[in-house]
Design a binder for this molecule. Sequence first.
Ligand code: FAD
Ligand code: NAD
Length: 477
Amino acid sequence: MADSFDVIVIGGGPAGYPAAIRAAQNKLTVACIDAWKNRDGTTAFGGTCLNAGCIPSKALLESSELYHRLREEFSVHGIKASGVEVDVATMQKRKAGIVKKSTDGINALFKAAGVTPLQGRGRLLPGKRVEFTAHDGSRRELTAKHVVLASGSEPTPLRSAAFDGTSILDSWDALELAAAPKRLGVIGAGVIGLELGSVWRRLGSEVVILEALEDFLAIADQQLAKEALRQFKRQGLDIRLGAKVTAAAVAGGAVNVSYTDGKAVQSVTVDKLVVAIGRRPYTDKLLAAGTGVELDERGFIKVDEHCRTGAEAIWAVGDCVRGPMLAHKGKEEGVMVADLIAGRYGEVNYRAIPSVIYTAPEIAWVGETEEQVKASGRAYKVGVFPFLASGRARAMESTAGFAKLIAAVDDDEILGVHIVGPLAGELIAEAVLAMEYSASSEDLQRTMHAHPTLSEAVHEAALAADKRAIDSLNRSP
Ligand code: FAD
Ligand code: NAD
């Protein structure tokens, strides 16, 4: 095997592996080094997303939602089921199969594209050299014309509730539980807390989520967050805001969590505690001295808008650099960098990154929240369409939530779209495309949407921004 490549990518997650594939499509010689090891000792490309993040969580969300709907919602349709049981072992096996198919898929894609897969650790040395240490401990020095760093992130630990893998869990542990704990505690009402809290709630756990901030989903549009909180509370998620955890003591197989809620010291006892307070960039042993690559004060690799580090021909993409920690954001950065390396055009539109929370109802948005637009001082208009007024949503028995569109008063530019409701994660794609093409709300208003579809909610929200919705009263819910 060659020791010299046009491009070496360090990290084979959703930022690194697309960079490698696109570089190969651009007729460059490429190696992708990845260190991922599963708990059974097997190796796999795909990083956090495929092995312990996006894909396994969505598999469990789907299974648990089906179980929940069968028990709680099917009777409305006249479908009666008795003796419904959940078999978590089969659910976990299905999940593991989906993960394996997805990670095997990367090997096949690498083979077809001509990417050299290298499983082990990569370390950037000065002068565009990379030290590769295989899992068996053997070492080689490789050289490249360009190096792309895509080493990802890891869960942020909490000193007062340190991970122990048995009682105090990270998100990967929480995806591997063999049974629903009777009482599940989660620290952090963010994306992971809500998704995994929903999974285990649907499978029977009593779930308490402790969130330090007073505002629920502070990063989201607050009208959206308010509606989502209402729905989650109805589902029995016990979300406690303004709860600052001070200690977590494991005793007798249970965890006693102490927290202050602004008034007094409180405590709650759970059987398992998941800590999901965010993730931090992972760059452990990635950079030798003298590479010229710099980290910022939070540990992210410093890059410009094209993901160039300060060091010549060294790039960095995905969770290890600034911006939202999302697989699709990393993927677009990886593709951009591979195109720029090949002398082609490449750009990421950081203003149009969709966010999706895969709960029921789903939550999705793109662009600015109403709070952000208000703070910017730009005059704006808002259109809201409730799913209650959607024929398709009624037919699906999924009428909770709404679609909301915010547009500028001066030139009608779409500034943000926020959806809480059925398949919001799919619906948001239209808004992303509209914003990518700098569409006005009138452009959306004049675009025909099939009837009866959920997508009509986005259409009607655009119309509502000018008080011209046909199927609603043009009022905010
Ligand atoms: P990673 O996926 O972390 O991949 C980095 C890879 O680099 C790893 O395989 C790592 O082992 C390897 N590596 C690190 N250092 C080295 C080294 N020195 N040498 C060789 N290899 C190295 N995002 C979404 O967009 N949608 C979702 O639905 C979603 N769900 C999630 C659910 C959970 C439970 C979690 C934890 C995350 C979720 N995310 C989701 C976030 C998503 O997983 C990350 O944003 C994404 O994986 C980041 O991709 P990456 O390639 O930058 O890093
Ligand atoms: P997050 O940033 O989404 O949420 C963390 C939450 O914990 C926040 O609400 C924060 O206020 C709270 N918090 C922080 N410190 C706390 C403390 N000491 N006590 C109580 N609450 C505290 O982070 P996450 O949920 O851990 O997810 C990590 C990353 O993974 C996110 O960046 C997210 O984008 C990504 N992710 C994405 C998806 C998705 O796209 N659907 C799913 C899962 C994870």
